[in-house]
Design a protein around this ligand. Sequence first.
Ligand code: ADP
Ligand code: ASP
Ligand code: MG
Length: 402
Amino acid sequence: MLIVKKFGGTSVANKERIYNVARRCIEDYKKGHSVVVVLSAMGDTTDDLLALANDINPNANKRELDMLLTTGEQVSVSLMAMAMHAMDVPAVSLNAFQVGMNCTSRYGNARFKRIDTDRINHELDSRKIVIVTGFQGITKYDDYATLGRGGSDTTAVALAAVLHADLCEIYTDVDGVYTADPRIVPNARKLPEITYDEMLELATAGAKVLHNRSVEMAKKYSVPMVVRSSLNESEGTVVKEVVKMEKMLITGVAADKNTARISVIGVEDRPGIAFKIFNKLAKNNINVDIILQSVGRDGTKDISFTVSQDDLKDALTILEENKEPLTIKNITHNEGVAKVSIVGAGMMTNPGVASKLFEALFNYGININMISTSEIRITVLVEESEIDKAVRAIHEKFDLAE
Ligand code: ADP
Ligand code: ASP
Ligand code: MG
């Protein structure tokens, strides 16, 4: 069997944990399996590197930022190989260059384009454990680019897809995917299985247990995927196309604090204006989320929308620079907002899910700023200070606890 095993930052945070991971990988190797290991940077390394950069230059160039961030993963893979060598097991660490993991040139948010398999297969054929840096790719300019925070999950799934792995295991610091972040809702329930579609919505809505693009890719290439703990032997959560579970009204609740609201005030109320505003933002790679447009009055209207906090500065600059052609009278923004979402295929066939969600928030006096929905998700924007309360209120209302 060929197994891809990915371990997150907490799982390789120190010497003891590195050896723990090495042992788990060697166990599979000794059973005769081919083992590819994908690692994140140790502990809080990526955050620490970002703080270091911010201290030197708060407007650091994105290419240089990625040059810096990719060092974190290189440290963990080489140390892991050394640990395995100390246990007399042949292993080799490889970075994105050495593997040939080609990606787009969007620094900080790159996507894989093509991954070479020759080097990895060659090393596996000579019975080595292959340890690959997560989170990074190389661009057509031979530069490093990173895949966005949490991107090592995507490295693992991408490798599992191109190597036709039998299994992709994502090891983390919780026992699997829960009905809500167990750090916010202590009595959240572990899901034995979840569909790709629901997991993708949860991840996109902020459940950072999996990088959303890893789920997108797992679905596209039918990669068998499981999320489990690196610290115990519990079964974990299987992510797959169809699940057998009893149908719940909703599957889980997710929160996302990395969001900001922008309002453009007094724009002309005529066809083409919304197009021009959002086209300008899209051309600059800014993703817009929930959109709310006011009813037109005296020939003008207001449009509010959310962007991720990382994009806020750029979005405001672009709008400010184009105030006149876009007919914007005034621009306001608010970083103190957060999104809470419920996800579940059950809501397609059950009316009243939205009203139950609104009742849960009403019961706790939480005001709703904006709403957006998809077939299997409802998202509302609330004050950031109330987000944990909102998650708990909803979790309780839908009876999701153990
Ligand atoms: P890693 O470093 O292993 O990639 P992450 O910190 O990226 O780990 O993701 C794991 C964290 O995701 C957990 O510690 C947990 O707090 C958080 N999380 C958010 N939502 C969920 C959920 N629904 N189920 C499980 N964990 C969740
Ligand atoms: N080290 C990177 C991060 O902290 C990638 C990852 O952990 O998946 O975002
Ligand atoms: Mg992660």
